[in-house]
Design a protein around this ligand. Structure first.
Ligand code: GTP
Ligand code: MG
Length: 216
């Protein structure tokens, strides 16, 4: 059965190994903590349809391995993403120190309009905190990133992270700053938009949205 959604956005989850990327994705999709999460081998995948500003948007999410040995595989997924969650662990200074390298890779390999949201995960580990909220938020501001702290354990801010990133992408589509018809934008028209166009085109003669991404 055809799924009803207006747009599809491709998302990446990147960041050092063990920061909780797979747990964040699992909580977003299953609404519960992933027990006994083990290192991701290469790339895993999840998807979910969300409602943003009254529109149904399908998020197609690529959860990448943080381990160095998978870098060459995971880097091939960067191109063609519309949004990325860049994850560090608030209880690991090392994972935070690596954020600027992850960001540089994303900026070099993904499309220049990639919307990045920095996530300080494991917010529940307040007693072990090694990175202050202020420090990370200043870094985010300087680098034009959105930022929040979350916990895949408690679920705090997990949905917000994905939704905030998607909301920003959608508003850029609506203002024309992002063009879904551009190859590699990481944005595709969904069946709902195509059907609406087909209805309109029986009475008008406007150009259709590009159909390169209609089949998913
Ligand atoms: N306390 C706490 N532990 C977490 C949280 N999120 C993940 N963990 C734990 O952190 C460890 C790593 O989680 P993963 O989600 O597998 O990490 P990852 O970033 O996907 O790691 P790679 O796949 O190797 O890149 C696991 O032991 C999780 O149980 C969180 O929000 N709070
Ligand atoms: Mg993982």
């Amino acid at each position: 059965m055809a799924e009803n959604f207006e747009f599809l956005f491709k998302f990446l989850v990147i960041g050092s190994a063990g920061t909780g990327k797979s747990c964040l994705l699992h909580h977003f999709i299953e609404k519960k903590f992933k027990q006994d999460s083990s290192h991701t081998i290469g790339v895993e995948f999840g998807s979910k349809i969300v409602t943003i500003g009254g529109k149904q948007v399908k998020l197609q999410i690529w959860d990448t391995a943080g381990q160095e040995r998978f870098k060459s595989v995971t880097k091939s997924y960067y191109r063609g993403a519309a949004g990325a969650l860049l994850v560090y662990d608030i209880s690991s200074r090392e994972s935070y120190n690596a954020v600027s390298n992850w960001l540089t890779d994303a900026q070099n390999l993904a499309n220049p309009n990639l919307v990045v949201l920095l996530v300080g995960n494991k917010r529940d580990l307040e007693e072990d905190r090694q990175v202050s909220f202020l420090e990370a938020s200043q870094f985010a501001q300087e680098n034009d990133l959105m930022f929040l702290e979350a916990s895949a354990l408690t679920g705090e801010n997990v949905e917000e992270a994905f939704l905030q990133c998607a909301k920003t992408i959608l508003s850029k589509v609506e203002t024309g700053e992002l063009d879904p018809n551009k190859l590699g934008s990481g944005i595709q028209h969904g069946e709902t938009a195509i059907r609406r166009f087909q209805r309109q085109s029986t009475s008008t003669s406007v150009n259709p949205p590009s159909c390169s991404g209609c089949k998913i």
